[in-house]
Ligand binder design. Structure first.
Ligand code: DOR
Ligand code: ZN
Length: 438
């Protein structure tokens, strides 16, 4: 990656929601920090970048990614995943802890963050598990995981079935001021346990089964969070019922936030029949009415942010019959283009809302704004994404930097793309190419 002491971005359309700064300005970066943003900056030694007619925003933030390291590097690793992120315009990612082994001890987290320092070209943060081994029985050492740098606790892919356990997790969350980020969904593990208890039949049909646990878990987790006085963030909302529960809770002042993914905003269960395993995801794609409700919730602020849930799997795994293929699809390289083309262009979100939901809001929810993430505040680290709103492109999985190809949007025509990604004083991506250290 090209390392410059000074970079001057000229004449870009600035959109910095946190600082309410919009309009055509120059941005001067000096020694990895934003030095100033104003009109007509001149600098004799800076590398000058012409951003006329381009959008200049704080580096995008994705708080829900699976980079599969440690343990499943054949699907993805921090090296490739962070390059996929930079290509998609993301300068900060928060990784899920469902690796092999899971991130459930401070030493594992510290070790991972050390590896990420070397491998990642974007800011890399991680969540930790809520329960040891993601098994849903025993709480992790929340205090020391927070101390080691965990941005949230999440048993990704699994709900916490025990009410008391969830309540205890939330109490710890409050005590150590760490975000509790439950996955309100019906995982295989959850279904197996329910089956063992004789409570429901196996829903393993060819198309998506009508899973309904999400709404119930959302309701319960919100109630417990309210009782514990904890902050809670609901991952990948997919049902109208969940949107309603979150809206009601926000109205009565519960400290709840939520996210939606591009796939739950743009695809319905119909896509599963057409696309097959690459549209197999948890929570599953839902009815048109649910998609509509999630979109409405995103637009009216019930759902705060957009996150990709980038979940890479190998081609071999995704070529298995539908019932056997793993859940998950990738999103780091398509999220921005999908949001601009299918949410902003048709007027579902304003451009300001879309950028806010991909920068300052996720940064605030995960406590990253205090490191300068999500804004262009002078004096903070210069994480910047330059977007060409006019650029038309076609999703081609074979051009992805991710190791994975499990993308249901392959072949989609998009308009709007990140053309430059800056992390500190490093240009990490330019015109779709990753700039490596020479
Ligand atoms: O579809 C999914 N895949 N949803 C999740 O929450 C987990 C993820 C994975 O790890 O593959
Ligand atoms: Zn996930």
């Amino acid at each position: 990656m090209l390392n410059y002491k000074k970079i001057l971005i000229k004449n870009g359309n600035i959109l910095d929601i946190a600082n309410k700064k919009t309009g055509v300005f120059d941005v001067l970066i000096d020694s990895s920090r934003i030095k100033k943003i104003s009109k007509n900056i001149d600098d004799k030694v800076a590398l000058v970048i012409d951003a006329k007619d381009k959008l200049v925003v704080p580096g995008l933030v994705d708080v829900h990614v699976h980079l599969r390291q440690p343990g499943q590097e054949y699907k993805e690793d921090i090296y490739t995943g962070s390059r996929a992120a930079a290509t998609g315009g993301f300068t900060t990612v928060v990784a899920e802890p469902n690796t092999c082994p899971p991130i459930d001890t401070p030493s594992r987290l510290i070790q991972l963050l050390k590896i990420a320092k070397k491998e990642s070209i974007v800011n890399y943060y991680s969540k930790s598990a809520i329960t040891v081994g993601l098994n849903g029985y025993r709480l992790v050492d929340v205090e020391n995981l927070k101390f080691a740098g965990a941005r949230a606790i999440s048993d990704d892919g699994h709900p916490i079935t025990g009410d008391r356990l969830m309540f205890n997790a939330l109490k710890k969350g409050r005590e150590y001021d760490i975000l509790v980020n439950p996955h309100c969904e019906e995982s295989d593990l959850y279904r197996r346990r329910q089956k063992e208890k004789g409570k429901r039949k196996s829903p393993d049909t060819v198309t998506n089964p009508p899973y309904t646990a999400e709404g119930r878990f959302v309701m319960r987790d919100i109630e417990l969070a309210e009782k514990a006085g904890a902050r809670i963030h609901i991952s990948h909302v997919s049902l109208a019922q969940s949107v309603n529960e979150i809206a009601k809770a926000k109205e009565r002042g519960v400290n709840v936030t939520a996210e939606a993914t591009p796939h739950h905003l743009l695809l319905s269960e119909e896509a599963v029949k057409e696309i097959g395993p690459n549209a197999k995801v948890n929570p599953p794609l839902r009815s048109e009415e649910d998609v509509e409700a999630v979109r409405r919730g995103l637009a009216d602020g019930t759902i705060d942010i957009i996150a990709s849930d980038h979940a890479p799997h190998s081609a071999k795994e995704k070529s298995l019959p539908y019932n056997k293929a793993p859940f998950g699809l990738i999103g780091l390289e398509t999220t921005l283009g999908l949001v601009l083309t299918y949410l902003v262009r048709p007027g579902i979100l304003t451009l300001q809302q879309a950028i806010e939901k991909m920068t300052i809001l996720p940064a605030r929810i995960f406590g990253l704004d205090k490191f300068g993430v999500g804004s262009l505040t002078p004096g903070t680290k210069a994480d910047i994404t330059v977007i060409d709103m006019k650029k038309k492109w076609i999703v081609d999985v074979n051009k992805f930097f991710s190791k994975a190809r499990n993308c249901p949007f392959n072949g989609w025509k998009l308009q709007g793309k990140a053309i430059l990604t800056i992390v500190g004083n490093k240009i990490v991506m330019k015109d779709g190419k990753i700039i490596e250290n020479s």
